[in-house]
Design a protein around this ligand. Structure first.
Ligand code: GLA
Length: 378
């Protein structure tokens, strides 16, 4: 396993104790964007890119975390009475430790991590990191939590300690992934059903390489707007508004709330329609919903970026491509495409040349497969 390269040696520099290993995958979302925090429907899959942790218990109450990707080590005390975020990568580890300690007794640990999830590409490198640290800390403490509870602890770390009011999609996808399947998640009940991925199609990701600096605050703004729209409609969340309700009552919302709500309401319907289409093997219809999702994220929710729009528009003109859209929080990051397997090469070539012509560099293109969720290795 490629993630283990260098990890054993890095861990041996921390301690002589023998480590155990844990793997937590990143995710790509096929459709259902910016709806999880409105208790909507999402359709992600855990991918075959993951963060691996090596961990062993310590005799004291300290946690030492080494990140090979950051080339840095952080250390904190589980009994610190006033833990403060440092504004750094290590906040994810510390936030997870704090959230777990509210649920189970934790012991001190040495942890080393390495990832093959590209960072900042919209593929949930942070959820993969959180879940790998979480599984490692639980196991070395002799504790266990259900995948749902572990996902919640990881989300709590992001919401409460890191300061991003993210939903539950990424953590549930990383915790519950199933090989060769996408996961239909109802973010209200957190019920998960598996949707087999078509064998004849490939899932391609094109990383634009763009990282929007203000993505965190813009994300929180969008969430606040969705909550405000729900409040004005007099419902708990926008999940409770159907397409027909929206058509009848949308005039009461001022802009931009009306457009924001139109995205969420339409996206929930598109996710359910996509699942039906995939189950029927109707990839053309599934793909059409992906394109419609992108248009809605670009025009109504306003979380796309010109680089992502160019990649999606290019995909529209390549034969054998069923659909493409931005994936993840947006403002940069990646585009996901569903493409007939034998057309994947033509799509990569078209994306590279169109992107290079406009931006003088290439997007990073990878084919991903759906993988199993977070678990100990061996
Ligand atoms: C980020 C968040 C998720 C979700 C997506 C947008 O990945 O972490 O909770 O809101 O953005 O769909």
């Amino acid at each position: 396993m490629i993630e283990l390269n260098g990890l054993r040696d890095a861990f041996a520099e921390l301690t002589d104790r023998a480590p155990r290993f844990f793997r937590a995958p990143g995710r790509v979302n096929l459709i259902g964007e910016h709806v999880d925090y409105s208790e909507g429907f999402v359709l992600p899959l855990a991918i075959d890119r993951a963060t691996v942790a090596a961990a062993a218990p310590r005799g004291d109450r300290r946690v030492r975390v080494r990140s090979l990707d950051e080339n840095a080590t952080a250390e904190f005390d589980l009994d610190d009475p006033d833990p403060q975020p440092a504004g750094a990568w290590s906040d994810y580890a510390r936030g997870v430790a704090l959230a777990l300690a509210r649920r189970v007794p934790l012991s001190g640990a040495d942890v080393a991590l390495r990832t093959t999830v590209p960072i900042g590409a919209g593929l949930s490198s942070s959820a993969a990191f959180e879940l790998a640290v979480g599984l490692a800390l639980l196991t070395v403490s002799g504790a266990a939590l259900s995948p749902h509870e572990l996902a919640h602890a990881a989300q709590e770390a992001e919401n409460g300690f890191v300061g991003l009011r993210s939903g539950i999609m990424d953590q549930l996808a990383s915790a519950l992934g199933v090989r060769d399947h996408a996961l239909l998640i109802d973010c209200r009940t957190e019920e998960v059903s598996t949707v087999p991925l078509p064998a004849g199609a490939a899932i391609l990701i094109a990383d634009s390489g763009v990282k929007h600096e203000l993505a965190g605050s813009a994300y929180n703004d969008r969430r606040a707007q969705s909550e405000e729209a729900a409040r004005r409609f007099g419902v708990r969340t926008l999940r409770d508004v159907s397409v027909a309700d929206f058509a009848r009552r949308s005039a009461m919302l001022p802009e931009p709330l009306r457009r924001r709500a139109r995205h969420v309401v339409g996206e929930n319907a598109r996710v359910l329609a996509t699942v039906v289409a995939l189950r029927e093997g109707d990839l053309a219809t599934a793909g059409a919903h992906m394109y419609a999702s992108h248009d809605s994220l670009r025009d109504d929710y306003e979380v796309s970026a010109p680089e992502l729009d160019l990649l999606v528009d290019t995909a529209r003109h390549v034969g054998g491509v069923y659909g493409a859209r931005m994936t993840g929080g947006g403002f940069g990051g990646s585009v996901v495409a569903l493409v007939r397997r034998d057309a994947a090469g033509a799509l990569s070539a078209a994306l590279e040349s169109a992107y290079a012509a406009r931006y003088a560099r290439k997007p990073l293109i990878t084919e991903v497969r759906a993988s199993d969720g977070a678990a100990p290795i061996g």
